[in-house]
Design a protein around this ligand. Sequence first.
Ligand SMILES: C[S@@+](CC[C@H](N)C(=O)[O-])C[C@H]1O[C@@H](n2cnc3c(N)ncnc32)[C@H](O)[C@@H]1O
Length: 277
Amino acid sequence: MNLRPDTFKYFCEALHQRTAIRLTDNKEYLVESRLGILAKQNGMRCVDDLVVRLRSPGSSSLWRDVVDAMTTNETSFFRDATPFAVLKEKVIPRLIGDGRKPRALNVWSAAAASGQEAYSVSILWNEICGNYPGWKMRILATDISNKMLERGKEATYSNLEVVRGLSRERLDSNFQSQHNRWVVNPAIRENVSFKYLNLINGWPTLPQMDIVFMRNVLVYFDMETRKQLLARLRKVLKPDGFLFLGGAESALTIDEGFEKLFESGSSCYQLKAENDE
Ligand SMILES: C[S@@+](CC[C@H](N)C(=O)[O-])C[C@H]1O[C@@H](n2cnc3c(N)ncnc32)[C@H](O)[C@@H]1O
C-alpha cells in the first residue's frame, strides 16, 4: 500500500522538528522501506497506521525506533583517509606544540554513528602518543540514534566493517577476534565515551574541544540548521581548535568565520583569527 500524501507530509515535518533531517519530496519510497518493517514488528498493517500511532500521546519509545530507522548511519574506519593523515601529521603536533595545559586533548565525534570514527581517532592516538609523554586524549562520541550508540559501546564489528578502512596491521594490533567478529581492545576503548546528543536540542555542558569531527551529518540538514550548528560550535571549539567536516560539506559556504586549512581533501577548518573572542 502506498503512503498517503498527507501522511508523508506530516511525517516529514515531524521528523524535521525532532531531528532536523529534511526529506525531499520524492523520498516516499525511503519512508516506506525504512518504516515498513517497523510497522510490521509493531503489529500494524502499513506505514500510515504507524504514523497515526506516532501522532498519539505516549509514542516516545516508538519515535526512538523511528529515529533509529530514519537516520543514515553509513560510516567506516578512517573514512576518507586524508583527514586522519592531517590529524596525525599536522593537527595534533600543532596543538601539542602550543604547550597548552592541562596536557589533554578533548575530541568530539559529533555524529558518531556506530563508533568507527571515534575508534579511528583513538587508534591513531595510541600509535603516536609515545611521542607526547604525559599527554592524554579524551574522545566524546555522540549521536541521536540509541541503536548506534549501543553498537559503539559494544565495540564489536563484522568482517565487512573492519575491512573497510583498516589495514591488517591495525586490525591485529587493536582488535581481538571473537566468534567471527572483531572486538576493539580495551586500550583503544578507554579513550572513548558514548552519549546521546541530539545536535538540534540544547547541548549539555561540554568541555572546550580541541578537535571536533562533525562529519557527514550537515548534509542531512537545511542551510538554516547548518548555520545555527556552526554558530553553536564556535562556543564549544577552542579558538585555536580544529573542525573536520565531511568531504561533501564545506564550512566556508555556511559560516564565513571559518577558513580551510592544509591540502585539498583535508576537510579541516579553523576559526579565522579575527573571530577569536
Ligand atoms: C552518515 S552518519 C556519519 C557518521 C560519521 N560521522 C562518519 O562521517 O562516518 C550520520 C550520523 O548522524 C546522526 N544524526 C542525524 N541527525 C542527527 C541529530 N539531529 N543529532 C545528532 N546526530 C544526528 C545519524 O544518527 C548518523 O549516525
